[in-house]
Ligand binder design. Structure first.
Ligand SMILES: [Zn+2]
Length: 406
């Protein structure tokens, strides 16, 4: 009897373990966006020009009242009002002879996605991955351009944009010299701890340009209003009343020059009382300072142009625009887009001719001693110097990699 029991136990055990084996071999159910991958068909697509959420659904046999209802029901949870050109989305269909669209997933970045379930039980949800942050640094010597220097090092070349914003008033990024040096400490956001998704801020930077050291430290100068500015090693604001350039990137193609000679006019002197910045048609043109729009007009020589009065002393004018973006009487802030680069009027290529007037006379803006931003008060200054000690020493300890020495 005892023997039989033992046999039975073994048999049971045996069958049990074989059962276990079977289960392990079976494919586990894999879900994607909450749908069983073996039971649904996933179609990956990219947003084409003119695609809207409604059009995509309509093409898949969902009629308009249902689309409308889906949008209404989910409008607080997802937004598909603007699908970005070229961004991926996924359609989830039933896997049968008459396939039916069950869900729409829009995932423009790896950071997350928006999901909408259609048909019987409509709902919408937006999922996003948590970000983690790390402080990183970059440094280098300019060989060709800042952008290329960063790219060569495998650093995010978008840092160029941050740095050009910080130094927009004090360093002419069109005229960085070979051999200029820079260091920067910035915060990088990651998802899944390893995939970089964005630079969230520049904490501190250093530039050696034309033999002059220029530090920039991010600092909250007004904690009530939450104003954050960049101050230099003397606690001076890097912001100035005027930007160095009315366009973000491009190059100076012709400088202010009272003795310019032009072959076309028989080498006669034709003074150029503006500074030309060459840039592709459509490049945004920025007001270089706060002011009021006094003219939006067109002449045969100037083409489409805008004039800004900044105060009783200074006015600026921007010529040859493709399109203007402001109205007379409008107040604009420094950096606002007032128009777009074009080649209207008397010009041989796309550029903006930037005219800078002091008391009505056209002068060279690069030769002016322009007003500085308001200095910070003395008590804050003291605090500032002690607050930036640590980050400054971090910046100073970065050894600039010299390309030629590698
Ligand atoms: Zn010009």
């Amino acid at each position: 009897m005892k023997k039989l029991f033992t046999l039975l136990t073994i048999a049971v055990l045996f069958s049990c373990s074989s059962e276990d084996n079977k289960q392990v071999k079976e494919d586990p159910i894999i879900y994607k966006y909450g749908y069983d991958q073996s039971k649904y068909v996933f179609e990956e697509r990219k947003v084409k020009r003119g695609d809207t959420f409604g059009d995509i659904l309509e093409d898949e046999g969902i009629d308009y009242p249902e689309i409308y209802q889906a949008i209404e029901k989910t409008k607080d949870d997802v937004s598909f009002r603007k699908l970005q050109l070229g961004k991926p989305y996924t359609l989830i269909f039933t896997n049968d002879s008459i396939r039916k669209l069950k869900a729409f997933v829009y995932h423009p970045t790896i950071e997350g996605y928006s999901f909408i379930q259609l048909r019987d039980s409509v709902y919408g949800k937006t999922f996003s991955k948590p970000r983690s942050y790390k402080d990183l640094s970059a440094s280098g010597t300019i060989d060709n351009s800042l952008y290329l220097t960063l790219e060569e090092q495998g650093k995010d070349p978008l840092l160029t944009y941050y740095l050009s914003d910080i130094y927009a008033w004090t360093i002419d990024f069109f005229r960085l010299d070979k051999g200029d040096k820079f260091k920067v400490i910035y915060t990088q956001a990651f998802v899944d701890d390893t995939i970089p998704v964005a630079i969230t801020k520049v904490k501190a930077a250093y530039f050696l340009h034309k033999g002059k050291e220029q530090y920039a430290f991010e600092y909250e100068t007004d904690s009530i209003k939450g104003i954050v500015e960049y101050l230099d090693q003397d606690a001076k604001n890097l912001r100035r009343a005027f930007l160095q350039s009315p366009i973000k990137f491009g190059r100076i193609s012709s400088r202010y020059n009272l003795r310019r000679r032009i072959a076309y006019y028989g080498n006669r002197v034709r003074p150029h009382k503006g500074t030309d910045f060459a840039a592709p048609v459509g490049t945004p043109i920025l007001s270089t300072a706060n002011g009021t729009i006094t003219e939006v007009s067109y002449t045969r020589a100037n083409g489409r142009y805008v004039k800004v009065k900044h105060n009783n002393t200074y006015t600026t004018q921007y010529l040859h625009m493709q399109k203007t973006n402001v109205k007379v009487g409008q107040f604009v802030e420094q950096g606002d887009v007032i128009g777009f680069v074009g080649m209207t009027g008397n010009t041989s290529g796309p550029h903006v001719c930037y005219r800078f007037r002091k008391n009505g006379v056209e002068v060279d803006p690069f030769k002016q001693k322009l007003p500085e931003a308001k200095p910070i008060n003395e008590s804050l200054k003291k605090k500032y110097f002690s607050d930036v000690v640590l980050i400054k020493s971090q910046l100073d300890s970065i050894v600039i990699r010299n390309k030629t020495s590698i």
